[in-house]
Write a protein of this length. Structure first.
Length: 208
């Protein structure tokens, strides 16, 4: 059980992160990456309202906690041992949140097929410094999208949110560790998803 001292540490660290995000956003003249509160508004605005969430990249658990207040269930996957322990301690009292330690390559498919009919998917499990996890790939996005394509027939509605879409390569000479942006477009077209971009988030919606 977390102690009051540890819970206060949680709160202080998360508050610091929020303030830093806003200051950096101001310094960048309101250019991407966007602060978490803007991303959350985008998630809510485009989500399937009664559906559960799958999240890759728990980080400190703030978005998991936010979504769990509004949706029936959140399953979140975190490959960094440090951030998994931090978020698990923070979220363990929340009955709507399931935290899993490991990579998307290990857990994502099983979590996906454990859902049915309708699902929201927040793909944010990429390396972004600050102690976040770096595996064989900067981002597991190709694997995640392949799994969604493979199992989409079991769903009536799917909404996929992909964070930091600016990082997907537009110029083949500018390597970012992400696949080309056209990969997202081709995947969406091949699998019957309608897409748009808002606040640096690629949003793809499927309806059967």
């Amino acid at each position: 059980m977390s102690t009051p001292k540890f819970r206060n540490y949680h709160r202080a660290l998360i508050a610091f992160q929020r303030i830093r995000e806003i200051i950096q956003f101001f310094i960048r003249n309101f250019d991407a990456p966007y602060p978490t509160f803007i991303k959350r508004k985008t998630l809510v605005a485009h989500s399937i309202l009664e559906a559960s969430w799958i999240e890759t990249g728990t980080y400190m658990g703030s978005t998991s906690q936010f979504l769990a207040k509004r949706y029936p269930k959140v399953t979140t996957i975190e490959p960094s041992e440090y951030f998994f322990k931090f978020s698990e301690s923070r979220l363990k009292r929340n009955k709507r949140v399931v935290t899993l330690f490991g990579s998307s390559e290990v857990h994502f498919e099983n979590v996906l097929i454990g859902n049915h009919d309708e699902v929201n998917i927040w793909l944010d499990g990429h390396f972004s410094d600050g102690g976040t996890f770096l595996g064989e790939n900067v981002s597991p996005i190709i694997h995640e999208l392949e799994m969604i394509a493979q199992h989409k027939s079991k769903f009536r509605l799917i909404t996929v949110f992909i964070d930091d879409v600016r990082l997907f390569q537009r110029d083949p000479l500018h390597a970012t560790g992400y696949p080309p942006f056209v990969f997202l477009l081709d995947w969406s077209q091949a699998n019957g998803f309608v897409w748009e971009i808002q606040n640096d988030i690629f949003i793809a919606k499927y309806a059967r």
